[in-house]
Design a protein around this ligand. Structure first.
Ligand code: ATP
Ligand code: MG
Length: 250
């Protein structure tokens, strides 16, 4: 059996890792080297929030603006940002069968691990701006805080190998409003069908994350006029991209 050193032993216990090993004699932890924070030439921007808060609307609007400026962007999402992830998304959100909370957590992380490795990191490495509709914070909030799955943060670190977004835009909307918006869209998915108490925990969870790190997270009131929200987001993103030399000087 090979022995590896942990840099964050308080966060990771061997029992967690046993769940993750494909072969019992080899403990696979390369993705857990969380202290090595690599910095990329690109910019990783994530839109987060509860159901129907306007993530996709704002992401599309911002993508149009950045493209007009000639900024190279990659538009993506979790789950479902890769061919593998599309299958996982279908299993997670639209399958008829039940999904246990543990299986749900692992499926989200499987999608994320593949997405980060095959889409996000390659794009960031060549200086692109990655716009993702949801990412690890959705798991921290939905599976971690709302479902009470305590391993969510640890598994997020494994799936992302420590990559964190440069900026997370949280659109804050009361769940009653968000759910009413998506109701007209057809049959609700598995998470949209959750009880109101669950959606309230999700809202609280995102706001709690934002409170902990005001540099990485920005909360926007998602009940306002979509165009005005878009303009506020654009101003913030422009400032951040200028700082990184990614906004073109015309
Ligand atoms: N600020 C807003 N005011 C009113 N309606 C909005 C606003 N933003 C988006 N909408 C509408 O609400 C619905 C849901 O928006 P959108 O699909 O962007 O949300 P979402 O957060 O991506 O939802 P989901 O969680 O289902 O992915 C759409 O019909 C959209 O046109
Ligand atoms: Mg959406």
């Amino acid at each position: 059996m090979r022995v590896y050193q942990f840099r964050h032993p308080s966060k990771i216990e061997l029992s967690h890792l046993n769940l993750l090993t494909a072969k019992p004699e080899v403990v696979y932890i390369s993705g857990l080297d969380m202290q090595k924070k690599k910095s990329y030439p690109g910019f990783f921007l994530v839109f987060e929030g509860g159901e129907g808060c306007g993530k996709s609307t704002q992401l599309r609007q911002l993508a149009r603006t950045l493209s007009r400026e000639g900024i190279p962007i990659v538009l993506t999402r979790e789950p479902g940002g890769t061919p593998l992830g599309k299958g996982i998304r279908q299993l997670l959100l639209h399958a008829k069968h039940k999904v246990s909370p543990e299986a749900e957590l692992f499926l989200y992380e499987a999608d994320r691990a593949h997405h980060v490795a095959s889409v996000v990191k390659p794009a960031l490495s060549c200086g692109q701006v990655v716009l993702s509709d949801r990412h690890a914070d959705s798991t921290a909030v939905y599976q971690g805080m709302a479902r009470g799955m305590h391993h969510a943060e640890t598994l997020n670190s494994l799936a992302t190998s420590g990559l964190t977004p440069d900026l997370v835009i949280i659109l804050d909307v009361p769940p009653e409003i968000g759910l009413a918006r998506v109701r007209g869209r057809g049959a609700p998915d598995r998470l949209e069908r959750e009880k109101m108490a669950f959606h309230k925990k999700v809202r609280k969870g995102f706001l709690a994350l934002a409170k902990k790190n005001s540099r990485r997270y920005r909360v926007f009131n998602g009940t306002g006029d979509p165009k005005e929200i878009g303009q506020e987001i654009q101003r913030l993103v422009k400032t951040r991209l200028e700082r990184k030399g990614l906004w073109p000087q015309h």
